[in-house]
Design a protein around this ligand. Structure first.
Ligand code: HEC
Length: 375
């Protein structure tokens, strides 16, 4: 709920900021230059001092977000998605467009801690993690229209072309290909990689698994795969075989609470991964939808047959649907074994059918670098 409010606040701020920006500001050069932004000193993750306007903004294309290393809610997903955006933008980052993550917790986030944070997430070159004094960081935030507390800060990236004064704000808890499309439309109008999407509304959204699937793409895929290996978080293939369903549901609801409660599995997981599973503030309904998707997707293919050949049958999409609708089942029936048995074959077909559709969808609007973004 709090989170929702923060999102609306962010939207309102965007509106008020574009009001500030006025009509076609970029037509006549930028009014947001040296006079508008404070040229305050910041220190990056390598301990290098930089001036906010002169060194980071002036004449550049930039992406700015706010994070802090102890954040266990929005920032982990934001940063994980920024990593995927960085990979999609490829060599432009650091040459033509520059990424900045500014800490909201300068008292704790020393350059060393930010360096460690960047490393944990796998941030590449061309992306600076910045700290400074609280007063200077607040001055920057103020000019970027950000006034909420650090716990409720907007999970968004602000993207600008300083040469034209064009600023946009893009939510970060979403598919990185959408984020890149928005950047492309705003900053590189002539730049087209592959087939250009008219808008996100037209993006193919294979939805055979119901709402859990879309949520997974937007909010989980930055850190998890099914069967494609560990990313920041563990591979979720086999999840429903190794965990009780009610454990998973509680964990999705509040992993930080489970750690605080010293749940042994949550603690063990936390020890073996570089970053922590964030609290994504999922509602009860979202958790139920996510459970339906996890149950359908995480069952490992049976040895032999299914592993070899994708089975495409006429009723595969029907099977997929029944998988997606299983969330009631997931909630009420804690006997995972039962479930695994009777749902098995269907889920296999569903998954494979889905995998094919999904690949296809991705190639269509693939920014050039889909493969590496998943690694
Ligand atoms: C910023 C990265 C990140 C995001 C985003 C994220 N997770 Fe995780 N997840 C992790 C990490 C890391 C772990 C391992 C536990 C830890 O270190 O706290 C984990 C653990 C898990 C586990 C337990 C796995 C096991 O083997 O028991 C489940 C289930 C899970 N995540 C599901 C999800 C779902 C569903 C979403 C989206 C709604 C999601 N995660 C979003 C990073 C993430």
């Amino acid at each position: 709920m709090v989170k929702r409010l923060a999102t609306y606040a962010a939207l309102l701020l965007t509106v008020s900021m574009s009001g500030l920006i006025g009509a076609p500001a970029w037509a006549a050069g930028s009014p947001w230059g040296a006079d508008y932004f404070p040229n305050v000193p910041l220190v990056n993750q390598d301990g290098k001092k930089v001036m906010f306007y002169d060194d980071l903004l002036k004449d550049k294309k930039v992406m700015i977000d706010f994070i802090f290393s102890l954040c266990d809610q929005g920032c982990p997903l934001d940063t994980a998605n920024m990593v995927r955006v960085q990979k999609l933008l490829g060599s432009r980052v650091g040459t033509d467009i520059f990424m900045y993550s500014i800490t909201l917790d300068p008292e704790n986030d020393t350059p060393e801690k930010l360096k460690e944070y960047a490393k944990q997430y796998g941030a590449g070159p061309g992306w600076q993690f910045l700290t400074g004094t609280r007063a200077d960081i607040d001055a920057i935030r103020d000019k970027l229209g950000q006034r909420s507390s650090k716990e409720e800060h907007a999970n968004a990236v602000q993207v600008a072309d300083m040469a034209t004064g064009r600023w946009i704000r893009i939510p970060l808890a979403t598919d990185p290909r959408y984020i890149v499309t928005e950047i492309q439309n705003a900053l590189y109008p002539g730049w087209s990689v592959g087939k250009k999407l008219a808008s996100f509304a037209h993006a193919p959204k294979p939805n055979v698994f119901g709402p859990g699937q879309v949520m997974f793409a937007n909010r989980c895929a930055a850190c998890h795969t099914f069967g494609k290996g560990d990313m920041l978080g563990p591979d979720l293939m086999g999840l429903t075989e190794r965990r009780e369903l009610n454990w998973i549901a509680s964990y999705l609801t509040s992993p930080n609470e489970m750690r605080a409660r010293k749940d042994p599995i949550a603690l063990k997981l936390a020890k073996t991964h570089k970053v922590l599973m964030p609290n994504l503030n999922l509602t009860k309904k979202e958790v139920a939808e996510m459970m339906g998707y996890l149950v359908a997707k995480s069952v490992a293919p049976a040895k032999g047959e299914a592993a070899k050949q994708p089975l495409l049958t006429a009723d595969a999409s029907g099977a997929a649907k029944s998988g997606a609708m299983d969330h009631d089942h997931a909630q009420h029936d804690h006997s995972k074994h039962d479930h695994a048995q009777h749902g098995h074959a269907q889920h296999d077909q569903a998954r494979q059918d889905h995998a094919q559709q999904h690949d296809h969808a991705q190639h269509d609007h693939a920014q050039h670098d889909h493969g590496s973004a998943q690694k």
